[in-house]
Design a protein around this ligand. Sequence first.
Ligand code: GBH
Length: 478
Amino acid sequence: MFPRDFAWGAATSAYQIEGGWQADGKGPSIWDTFCHEKGGVFGNQNGDVTCNSYELWEKDLECIQQLGLTHYRLSLSWARLLPDGTIRNVNQKGVQYYNRVIDDLLACNVSPMVTLYHFDLPQAIQNLGGWKSPGVATLFDSYSKFCFQTFGDRVKLWITINEPHVCARLGHEVGIHAPGLKEKGTTAYLVGHNMLRAHAMAWHSYNSEYRATQKGAVSLALNSDWFEPLDPLRHEDVASAERDLAFTLGWFAWPVFITGDYPELMRSAIETQSKMTGYSGNWRLPRFSKEDPPVLGTADFFALNYYTSRKVKSGGCCGQMLSMKRDLDAEEVLDPSWPISGVSWLAVVPHGLRKLLKYIKDVFNNPTIYITENGFAQAGPLQIEDVERCKFYRSTISEVVKAIEEDGVNVRGYFAWSLMDNFEWADGFSVRFGLFHVDFSGAELSRTIYRSGREYSKIISKYKSAQSGCQGFLDDDY
Ligand code: GBH
């Protein structure tokens, strides 16, 4: 059974839904730049308008109410609030917009979970070196304090940074996300480091300046697949799966939850490759400095974004050049029994979530966990009757039930990705994750509930009424 105050949510992010990219004094972000430069996104699409939530927020609120959510996870656009990234210049229209969103949610009895950073760095800060530059951490801290000060009287659940792993790797190593850098084997580690420094500073600011009065909780959202050895009897495969977990989840979770430093496995794998390739520069994986506030202990809960799983075997790499892939030295494969959703990377593996939750419980000291994203993609011809996604949500949520009841994992909330179809980064509008369909070809951008939206709202209301003792829920199939 779910705890009484379990959070039933859906999530979105600013760049993916807001549009209004230049409205009312908003500054440009790196995603504005990345899309406008063309070549990086499916069909040269962009988030200039997308769901236009900047103007159509009431429509989103209607969707939220129709689902019966208790929580809504949104992100703030840093450049909408602070057009040049600094608190020297505050855009009051941006403040008004988010005040209204937050107030409307609370008026409808929906609690906001607010992410400060979901991939959309102000371009002005990118021009100073972006996440590569150490100074970004202090700028992020100032922005965070500004947000705590402005919205923290009403917002009690904060995520500082969404998926530092994706931002570091896809943005700076692979180059398919903004800012589009392909500086292999070095920059992603530096960027990840500065993101951890930025997160830790913001957490300490909240802790010392706002916690006592605002009484909220702050974490960072970490994405990870569940990785398991292709052949559990092969030592190399077991070690590869462990390395993959260390390089994905451990990279950020070890410093914050266990040791204040990166996983030993990760450090040694990187050092080995540095030696093998004759790399003579500084540590590629930076050291934490005593000058910075400590990173250990800077999360009030564990925020997990889970989408899929991989089988892992050894090898799979790859020339003489340094790269993260080479450091990782593991090859990920799909199990042929796993159905694939509308995007090739998203194999449907609900039981992987249960295993990952148990792993987090065991390895990271039984934290309170919020599943801050989980979802299923549709592509190709539109299906409002999306039965596959219905099945996906039903079986995923039943895996969460097992994690809670049988494995004793302390899961406190579940957020579906996403409230509605939106701008899916490099895939543009070709991939749809919504519980509501958005008609991007019509001027109204009308929102229509998918069958999976109905299904999710049924699940929510069943559990809610079971909790209040009105009715059992196990009589049905979820
Ligand atoms: C989330 O990341 C994001 O937080 C969210 O904004 C996004 O809309 C949602 O996923 C759906 O994609 O291109 O083959 O290298 C999820 C974690 C990790 C999933 C990177 C896609 C890229 C695979 N993502 N992965 S590939």
